[in-house]
Design a protein. Structure first.
Length: 134
């Protein structure tokens, strides 16, 4: 398979995520299809094939979503490069490794948005912390 096929699949999955994310969410949580695709692609094909696809998907997400322009491009490109470069140290067909990398990448992505929205922009969230009764 070549890079054009990987890119066309990635663009198709990104469009599904952009337009149908509200329809496929469960209790406000929607799957990040692009992270799943890029992690699996990076583990199986390496960083040479995946960085180009991650760059294109990141640019698409930056164009369609508001916020920090260039964040998705840098984040997806950097994370797929790191995962693809170190794929020889892992058994890529092991489902636990794939789930671990998807989880780590999602935590970094959502953690960034949490820090920016809550700490710097003071946007309220649905997270409630218990108060001590004195």
């Amino acid at each position: 398979m070549n890079k054009k096929l990987f890119l066309s699949i990635g663009i198709f999955l990104t469009l599904i995520e952009i337009y149908f994310a509200n329809a496929i969410h469960i209790n406000g949580i929607a799957p990040n299809i692009t992270i799943v695709y890029l992690v699996i692609l990076a583990l199986h094909k390496g960083h040479n094939d995946t960085v180009f696809v991650a760059l294109a998907i990141g640019l698409m997400l930056d164009i369609f979503f508001y916020g920090n322009f260039g964040f998705f491009t840098i984040f997806y490109t950097f994370s797929t490069y790191i995962i693809g470069y170190n794929r020889h140290y892992f058994f890529a067909t092991n489902l636990n490794i794939i789930i671990l990398f998807i989880g780590i990448t999602s935590i970094f992505l959502e953690g960034y948005f949490f820090l920016i929205n809550v700490l710097f922009l003071n946007i309220p969230t649905n997270i409630s912390f218990p108060r001590s009764e004195e």
